[in-house]
Design a protein around this ligand. Structure first.
Ligand code: UT7
Length: 320
């Protein structure tokens, strides 16, 4: 697998920490010191699926390709208003792909999903079942939280990151894990009532619930383990890696992870201060921004690392 192009898109409305104190009992000082977040982008009048498609179009432009050069669209999304059709099918429609020989599907592995999806893309490319995949991670997490709960609503932002992937030898190693802990982070949508249901499932809706401290500890521990494991699996040393792109959940999590490694601090890239936590979109948005800024260059070795509800974790070593 090889990255042919990247793109990203975020909503136009930037919400600062001070603006949030109009809605919940919070302040810039608490949010900045506990999370590193200063602002985030939140969907107002945008259509979520159009934001995802825009990120995809930008990745196609960067790759010098047109939509009909793509023969598979895979989207990662935790939640949006359409349960069906898939986000990938909606993106196919918006981008004007003719079909029918471009299958579409969505996957969901929470905030660790970016690398889960990369692994699936690698499988389709390396077995020859696809030649160019448009892979988009798009999330509107701000619509999953309760906007009266200051513990969660201040953490998140919306956005989409996209990659065009082709055949190549640049996907050097990966590691995916899952440990059944369904109550550390969860969000339940309302479902339609039926005349037959008698169990507790009738009232299914629950805005996002998060055991923040537990997630924090598990994220730091798993990242330190997964990063070492995946770099060794690739036959490399930690010092060989040019850049580490970790899920942007909390700057203190990134800081705690990097303290464990005797490496130059600037190798751990971040944008959480401007973007908040955009779930599975956080790593591909960061990747696209750092490529466009000229920080990440062709040939650089990168480690991606994520964690999220499940509890799932993921890591990969990729050469740009
Ligand atoms: O992407 C995967 C999902 N992301 C995560 O799960 C994030 C991982 N966890 C974290 O990043 C941190 O645990 C948080 C940022 C969520 C919370 O930070 P913390 O240092 O663990 O704070 P805490 O939850 O222990 O709360 C400390 C205090 C509490 O007050 P008391 O009980 O000490 O009086 C909270 O009520 O901070 C209070 N607090 C707030 N105060 C002002 C919680 N949220 C806020 C807020 N503004 N927004």
């Amino acid at each position: 697998m090889k990255i042919l192009g990247t793109g990203s898109a975020v909503p136009k409305h930037t919400v600062t920490n001070d603006m949030l104190s109009d809605y919940v009992n919070t302040n810039d000082e608490w949010i900045s010191t506990r999370t590193g977040i200063k602002s985030r982008q939140i969907i107002t009048d945008e259509r979520f699926e159009e934001m995802a498609a825009l990120a995809g179009q930008r990745a196609l432009d960067a790759a010098g390709l047109v939509p009909d050069d793509i023969d598979f669209i895979i989207c990662h999304n935790v939640c949006n208003v359409y349960v069906t059709p898939s986000l990938a099918a909606l993106v196919q429609h918006i981008l004007g792909l003719k079909g029918p020989n471009c299958p579409t599907m969505d996957i969901n592995s929470a905030c660790a999903g970016f690398t889960y999806g990369l692994d699936i893309c690698e499988s389709f490319l390396e077995t020859g079942r696809a030649s160019r995949i448009l892979y988009i991670c798009a999330e509107e997490v701000t619509r999953m939280v309760d906007w009266t709960q200051r513990e969660t609503c201040v953490l998140f932002g919306d956005g989409a990151g996209a990659l065009v992937l082709g055949k190549g030898d640049n996907y050097l190693a990966s590691k995916l894990t899952s440990t059944p802990m369904p109550d550390v982070i969860y969000y339940r949508l309302p479902c339609e009532p039926t005349p037959f249901e008698t169990g507790p499932g009738i009232d299914t809706h629950m805005p996002m619930q998060l055991k923040g401290r537990e997630v924090f500890r598990m994220a730091v521990t798993s990242a330190q383990r997964d990063i070492k494991d995946v770099v060794a699996k690739a036959g490399l040393e930690l010092g060989d890696i040019d850049y580490f792109l970790l899920h942007q959940a909390n700057m203190r999590i990134v800081d705690a992870i990097k303290q464990n490694f005797d490496l130059p601090q600037e190798r751990f890239l971040h944008n959480i201060e401007r973007r908040g936590n955009t779930s599975s979109a956080s790593i591909p948005i960061l990747l696209d921004e750092k490529i466009r800024e000229g920080v990440i260059k062709r040939g650089d070795l990168m480690v991606f690392n994520g964690f999220g509800a499940g509890f799932v974790t993921s890591a990969a070593v990729v050469r740009y």
